[in-house]
Design a protein around this ligand. Structure first.
Ligand code: S3P
Length: 465
């Protein structure tokens, strides 16, 4: 347990590049491991989730090394070339590693044992087990299709045509990855569009992927057994990580910050549209495209936000951003209504319940339902925590970061009981925020000014309740 406290202090200022995109980093390693030859990846996220994917791929036979210049070198095994690991794959906290790797391995003739931490072992795997079984793989899982499980990959995988029952990029990607080593055309139909990083990167490495728009979603057809060829990959900064600093910039009075190189894939930017509708001063500059993904600098200046209704259709394009949106909503004038949030119940924690619990502890009023949340804004600074209390992180990095951001712009400091899970997606988060002027430190630690005297506002005795 690593309790952290965010103290309200002066404005945030400066310019920084958040770490690499988590979704794109996982895919870069998995596809590079399935390609022939060498792939150099620049800007890879070095968070625990992605490092877990790298370790699993090494056990599956790929060579993956970090070079001295900070780029990553992957020597792939070619499509269908993975080998059976001689040990259990432990994928830690990462749902993306688990679901995408199950897909990749499902069309290889091998047996693999997969597990994860207590959070991942609670998460549903039936959503990938079902389509991958139709392709010929078989599974022995714990009750409710949870990890640990044993996968028996298909020796003769068959292509499927599959309509996703939930809007999930992880499920779509698992099927596309299984399709790589499956002869014929595999088709995934998504009723609502979800992030398309897999499709973009598969094309970048030479796969034949056809996407046809269909209503609010798309039909994606991939031709099996392509010869993927290693290519240089540059990973943009993660918009979901940039979101924490940007919301801090919008909500801490007097702030003006810029996040550079941020990925702006149209299927990831629902939060930025929403914040603008709330009245945020959020400007885009230096727009460019790298490896098929748009990226730009985003500048956030303190803004008086107003509550809005966020349409349910927007949920897939901002599914990871609702906790930090709830923080922005806590500052707004009026009520922010969020709908279509059923998937938040099965993330690293039950995020809907975790957000509500945190808001309650911080003195912010809300109403909650099975798949919706309404936050009554404070029209300014939310109260924050009573001394001696803490937010329960629930093994969820985004809950920890969101409530630390709330603490930066609250009337009283906010402590989260365990900041250690932040390393899964945003290693160095506290240092990153401190460089912008934020005061985030180990709970109870007294911040010393240059001369060694405690800085005003430092408090002790904020151990978790
Ligand atoms: C991800 C997809 C989303 C998201 C997760 C990463 C991905 O999950 O919540 O953090 O990389 O494909 P779902 O596809 O389950 O919605």
């Amino acid at each position: 347990m690593q309790p952290l406290t965010a103290h309200p202090r002066g404005p945030l200022r400066g310019r920084a590049r958040p770490p690499g995109d988590k979704s794109i980093s996982h895919r870069a390693l998995m596809l590079a491991a399935s390609a022939i030859g060498e792939t150099r990846v620049a800007g890879l996220l070095e968070g625990e989730d992605v490092l877990g994917t790298a370790e699993a791929l090494r056990k599956l036979g790929a060579v993956i090394e970090r070079s001295e210049d900070g780029t990553w070198r992957v020597l792939g095994r070619g499509t269908g070339g993975l080998v059976e690991p001689d040990d259990v794959l432990d994928l830690g906290n990462s749902g993306t590693s688990a679901r995408l790797l199950l897909g990749l391995m499902a069309s290889h003739d091998m047996s693999v044992f997969v597990t994860g931490d207590a959070s991942l072992r609670r998460r549903p795997m039936g959503r990938v087990i079902e389509p991958l079984s139709r392709m010929g793989a078989s599974f022995e899982a714990r009750q409710g299709n949870r990890l640990p499980l044993m996968l028996r990959g298909a020796s003769l995988p068959v292509p499927i045509r599959y309509e996703l029952p939930v809007a999930s990029a992880q499920v779509k990607s698992a099927i596309l990855l299984a399709a790589l080593n499956t002869p014929g055309t595999t088709t995934v139909i998504e009723p609502e569009a979800t992030r398309d990083h897999s499709e973009r990167m598969l094309r970048h490495l030479g796969a034949d992927v056809e996407v046809t728009a269909q209503g609010k979603g798309a039909e994606i057809a991939i031709t099996g057994c392509p010869e993927l060829v290693g290519q240089p990959i540059t990973v943009p900064a993660d918009p979901s990580s940039a979101a924490f600093a940007l919301v801090a910039g919008l909500t801490v009075p007097g702030s003006d910050i810029t996040m550079t190189g941020v990925g702006l894939n149209p299927l990831r930017i629902g939060l930025f549209h929403t914040l603008r509708e709330m009245g945020a001063s959020l400007d885009i500059a230096d727009l460019r495209t790298e490896c098929g993904e748009p990226a730009a600098a985003l500048r956030a200046r303190y803004s008086e936000l107003k509550g809005i209704a966020v349409p349910a259709e927007r949920a897939p394009s901002m599914i990871d951003e609702y906790p930090i949106l709830a923080v922005a909503a806590a500052h707004a004038r009026g009520t922010t209504v969020m709908k279509g949030l059923a998937e938040l119940r099965v993330k690293e924690s039950d995020r809907l319940a975790a957000v509500a619990d945190g808001l309650e502890r911080c003195g912010v009023k809300f109403r909650i339902g099975e798949d919706w949340l309404e936050v009554e804004g404070c029209a300014g600074l939310p109260p924050g925590l009573d001394a001696g209390r803490a937010i329960t992180t629930q093994m969820d990095h985004r809950i920890a970061m969101s409530f630390l951001v709330l603490g930066l712009g609250a009337r009283r400091p906010v402590t989260v009981d365990d900041g250690s899970f932040i390393d899964t997606s945003f290693p160095g988060f506290a240092d990153f925020m401190r460089a912008l002027g934020a005061d985030i430190r180990i709970a109870g630690e007294v911040q010393l000014a240059a001369g060694g005297a405690p800085v005003g506002g430092a408090r002790t005795g904020e151990a978790p309740a």
